[in-house]
Design a protein around this ligand. Sequence first.
Ligand SMILES: [Zn+2]
Length: 345
Amino acid sequence: MIMIEIMQTLDERYSRQILFPGIGAEGQRKLAESRVAIVGCGATGSVLSSLLVRAGVGYVRIIDRDYIEPSNLQRQVLFDENDAAEALPKAIAASRKLQLINSTVTVEPHVEDLTPSNCEDLLEDTSLILDGTDNFETRYLLNDYAMSERRPWIYTAAVGSYGVTLNILPGKTACLACVFPQAPEGATETCDTGGILNSAVNMIASIAVTEAMKFLVGAEVQMRRTMLSFDAWHNDHSEIRADHARADCSVCQERKFVYLAGRAHPHISLCGRNSVQIHERHRPVNFAELEARLAPHGEVRSTEYVLRFVRSPFELTLFPDGRAIIKGTTDTGVARSFYARFIGS
Ligand SMILES: [Zn+2]
């Protein structure tokens, strides 16, 4: 009896989607049984996760290394001013919000940087991986992993008023390295340097979600076999064919997984906005102890999720596993010595 009531409630929730012939009752059931990983939960990831959770995808894993800042709110539609004031990790704030939107699905947050050593654990038991990252290094790692395991993923990127997306189906389409053997010109331009229009990123992410839904309901044949890009401000639009692999692609053809092997993965990296990320040491940190120790040296406060230490001109955000983002420099040496001095070496 209770089961019937739950079924009726779900039918009501998804009724307009079930009416859509491309989904139907069978498609809805498949969405409920789907498991998706979203890597990166900024502007793109906000749209990917929000729409998929609303659509009834049964399990969504959110992987993000960053915390929320006021400058995110213009485009990262899952977050609000309280999240920014608390500097909540994006994965945590996103999963809270997503579970308020739909409590009938499972959302699992991971406050982590995707690395060669954790990507199998974080991605293996999902049927589709979605790119919500903002950098080519992580995308190449994702591509290596997906090609090595023959797993589908969807590339999505946006900067300025420009957005681009590509469905990557192993053995059936090009992979990211087929299209971009090296990171494309201008890839170094980020939201932090080139600015970004909220509508452009929301539009390209919405297109990627539609492709994801096609895949999840078994309508793979309907998926786009091109790399689609558009400029929402200048009304430019283009599609290039991506329906087969490049014969000499080092990743999907020669199966050389340089990023997955970890050779290209630095432990210290620039992460935009005048910041450096340090994740050399994985060791748990005791926030209470550290807060007491740092108090004489600057402004410090901590929550369950992050410890914030401000000592002009630097601002250090520390996560419980010892990873840190140091704002106020792009010099990795300076960041490393600040970390060593106050957190430990
Ligand atoms: Zn390839």
